[in-house]
Design a protein around this ligand. Structure first.
Ligand code: NOJ
Length: 563
């Protein structure tokens, strides 16, 4: 595999609306991001990915862009953005933006012009398709519920929207659209952006026959994914996109890719792949219910471990995945992957250890580093997310009570990750002096940066230590390029693997006991040094805990050992 500049980097996702508000309007802003760069640097972050900051009506929180060349005024100005780039550069950090080009906002000039003249040039920027027998062209359901087709007023046509009706899909078959997208991407890269996280990208290739399929729900519709799966040839679009833009700048790109055809793995993220990397969503996908959140499956330890191990192994000799435990579309990892007995600082540090030292690019999501958790709400009106509101309805229609439907939201809602960053135990968690756009999680008095900053054994300080270890000169190559080798696979509730550098022979064991009972393992190789212990027990750190080649990990204990 070819080595690339981003291979050894650690990334952090900022959800700008909820990160840090400096002007008291209750919405995070770019000044807030700038003010926290030193905090991120100290944490060990190299790459900062900003969820969309473009001009937007915010129907889907900025994933509906009405002008790709403007910064949303809620977030600040282009001058502030330039300042952010410059400040990041001073600190050897890289800024990555969100690239949302499967769709735009219905308020985008292109769509407005298309509506004005549904037979004109701009209509062809979108999928304006004639209905069948007075109905939509197909029975595809959008990701946020309801038909994926919306009538074009005054015509017998419908336009396609895989997400909300305010997010019309752009027609990638139209070469002019593609050129305009490339121009825009290059305009941002020319500014000094390091790359992009690429939104919903698998959706850009449609099956132009727009077939209907067997309905999968009482609404007579079928998941739009079916149509995407039947489309062929996305690779041509993705290659062109790469060659016309990213490649020229040696940019870093991370794809949001669901439903990829397995045999296309190397084409997507191999040496000459369409993207630098893509997120490993396999653990998230494990929870997918057949019909929605109301039949979502809880995480079961063995399946969770197996699926991560499978992802790791399939990437060997191919490339890197981007490893996450949460993001702005998922509940908090500490609430989802840790069982009740482990939902504490020990457990959070243990989860951090197993995730950050995997092979691939670690992506932290804001608040993960202090162990933020899911947020309880009393009523559906307290949620803002469009997806949550839809899923709540779906649950009610399936016969769940309001209380049960609310529980589904507590477990799955995207708003769990979107509550304001908890900076302190002051008003509104120190996020804003105004009224936050989304209420803070009530646990901010206990979980916040200020409290953890100076407490030696805090989750935050552990993340700092963990990332520093990953980057330490002596171990960097092993953690970056070393092979991933599963260890002690039959040991109940143990998540253990080795990172092995074939060239130097260096071997590092990562072992974490997710169970309730202690777990003893035999170390075949001699222990050179215990590099990290989440409980910081004296006998563990000194290596005295290793007796007769055996080591016992108590519940929620993790260790990193140089063998
Ligand atoms: C994926 C984004 O992460 C999500 O937040 C958004 O709703 C959809 N794509 C649509 O852009």
């Amino acid at each position: 595999m070819q080595k690339k500049w981003w291979n050894d980097k650690v990334a952090y996702q900022i959800y700008p609306k909820s990160f840090c508000d400096t002007n008291g309007d209750g919405i995070g802003d770019l000044r807030g991001v700038i003010s926290k760069l030193d905090y991120l640097k100290e944490l060990g972050i190299d790459i900062v990915w900003l969820s969309p900051i473009y001009q937007s009506p915010f129907v889907d929180q900025g994933y509906d862009i009405s002008d790709y060349y403007k910064i949303a005024e809620e977030f600040g100005t282009m001058e502030e953005f330039d300042e952010l780039l410059a400040e990041a550069k001073k600190r050897d950090m890289y800024i990555v933006m969100d690239l949302v080009v499967n769709h735009c906002s219905d308020k985008h000039e292109w769509f407005q012009k298309a509506l004005e003249d549904p037979d004109g040039e701009y209509a062809d920027y979108f999928y304006f398709v004639k209905g069948k027998d007075g109905k939509a062209p197909s029975n595809a359901r959008g990701y946020f519920g309801g038909s994926a087709w919306e009538p074009v007023p005054g015509t017998d046509k419908y336009y396609l929207h895989m997400f909300a009706k305010e997010q019309p899909d752009l027609n990638w078959e139209n070469p002019t659209v593609r050129q305009k997208i490339y121009e825009m991407v290059n305009w941002w890269l020319d500014k000094g952006l390091a790359g992009f996280r690429i939104d919903a990208i698998i959706n850009i290739k449609k099956d132009l026959a727009f077939p209907s399929f067997e309905p999968d729900g009482p609404d007579g519709l079928v998941s739009g994914v079916k149509m995407i799966e039947s489309a062929q040839g996305i690779g041509e679009f993705l290659e062109e996109l790469k060659q016309e833009t990213f490649e020229k700048y040696d940019a870093f790109t991370v794809g949001e890719v669901f439903n990829m055809k397995e045999e296309e793995l190397a084409e997507f993220v191999g040496d000459d792949g369409h993207f630098s990397t893509m997120f490993d969503f396999s653990a998230h996908e494990l929870t997918f219910g057949e019909h929605g959140w109301y039949d979502a499956k809880p995480i079961e330890f063995n399946s969770w471990k197996d699926i991560i191990f499978t992802s790791q192994k399939k990437m060997e000799n191919v490339g890197f995945l981007a490893n996450i435990i949460e993001n702005h579309d998922e509940p908090r990892g500490a609430s989802r992957y840790l069982q009740e007995h482990a939902q504490n600082d020990k457990g959070k540090k243990m989860l951090a250890t197993t995730s950050v030292l995997l092979r691939g690019i670690p992506f932290l999501f804001q608040g993960q580093e202090i162990g933020m958790t899911n947020c309880k709400r009393e009523h559906i009106s307290e949620y803002n997310d469009i997806n949550t509101i839809d899923q709540y309805q779906v649950a009610l229609e399936a016969g769940l009570s309001e209380e049960e439907a609310l529980k589904c939201c507590y477990e799955n809602s995207r708003d769990n990750a979107r509550t304001p960053m908890q900076w302190s135990d002051g008003d509104n968690a120190g996020f804003t002096t105004g009224t936050p756009w989304l209420a803070v999680n009530a646990n901010y008095k206990q979980i916040n940066v200020a409290e953890q900053e100076n407490r030696e054994d805090s989750v935050l300080n552990y993340y700092r230590e963990l990332i520093a270890l990953r980057k330490k000169e002596e171990y960097k190559d092993t953690f970056t390029y070393g092979e991933f080798v599963p260890a002690y696979e039959t040991e109940k509730d143990l998540f253990a693997y080795m990172r092995v550098d074939k060239e130097s022979g260096q071997k590092i064991l990562i072992a974490a006991n997710f169970g309730k009972e202690p777990c003893t393992i035999t170390l075949e190789d001699g222990v050179k040094q215990v590099l990290l212990s989440n409980l910081a027990k004296e006998e563990m750190v000194s290596g005295e805990a290793v007796k007769n080649h055996k080591i016992t990990l108590e519940s929620c204990e993790s260790v990193v050992i140089l063998l």
